[in-house]
Ligand binder design. Sequence first.
Ligand SMILES: Cc1ncc(C[n+]2csc(CCOP(=O)(O)OP(=O)(O)O)c2C)c(N)n1
Length: 334
Amino acid sequence: MAEIYKKEIQLKDYPKDVLLNFYRTMVKIRKFDENLIRLMQEGKVSGFYHSGIGSEGLSAGSIRENLRDEDYIYYNHRGCNQKIAKGVPLSKIYGDFLGTTEGTTKGLGAGIVHSADPARGVMGQAGTIGSQLGIGIGTAYASKFKGTDQVTVIYFGDGAASREMLHGSLNWAGLYNLPVIYICENNEYAISCHVSETHAVREHIADWAYGYGIPNCVVDGNDVLLMHEATKEAVERAKRGEGPTFIEAQTFRHRGHFEGDPYDYVDGELLKDWKENKDPIRNFVSRLLLDKVTDEQELKTIDQEVEQEILEAIKKAESAPQPEPGRIYEGLFA
Ligand SMILES: Cc1ncc(C[n+]2csc(CCOP(=O)(O)OP(=O)(O)O)c2C)c(N)n1
């Protein structure tokens, strides 16, 4: 059944700029999120927001050094992490939340689940949990049909994995040997239901892939480099024409299901342990400093640069106009 992905990783095997790029991406994701929550508290952004704080390593590691603009991703509803790692400009993501014309949807106010940036391979999500498992098969099939080396990566949660769409998707991917990578962001909870309450699978969610003949593994999703290595192998396999891979990445969310969820169904000590001992950014910093790849001053400079970039992005998004009423008819075919 599913193996736990293990690999001895030496920091010296990576160029310094790549390592710092992983750090910068994770910090960008976290600060984006913190600032969006601030905008919500200031009453500038309304609606549900599903924070991705705690899972930055998973997205930065799998996407940053592995995927090109022409590779496709389907994000999940905690997917600002993935959009940022794929390079969608921050002002465009903020613009979607603020409902201004700077957004990827040019003012339709898409929020987290309906923004898309096809030029960067960000194909969006879908209205219901797990639907992306079905539509992602479309781009994967198209790449195979056209003979390109484009890879499709589909992100989804443990809750989404309990839906039937996963099985139809895996069957097609296995049957047609499609260049698709499944990344299950297993943060243990679907709203307030623990994964053990929603899955009949024997041990790991990745075990299901085994039944469809798809190579699979379970990986520590909070270790940015392990995540990078596991996904890199999957991308190479897909490009060699060897078909799909299923990666179950283990992580935990630091905040409730959505902003406003009291999150009282999780034991306080357990949450404290994830925050203090398994935080992807904190642990990566310790490693970088221990191996003397960088120093605190250099990391602080990156933090300040990212903070500045965030504030400029918010300003750009906020100062863009609201759409004209005619926007609603653009791109409408009926
Ligand atoms: C078909 C469907 N059922 C229920 C919902 C409501 N819903 C939104 S998020 C969510 C939980 C998803 O859990 P998971 O996939 O584990 O992702 P996580 O929130 O843990 O990141 C549910 C049930 C929905 N959007 N679509």
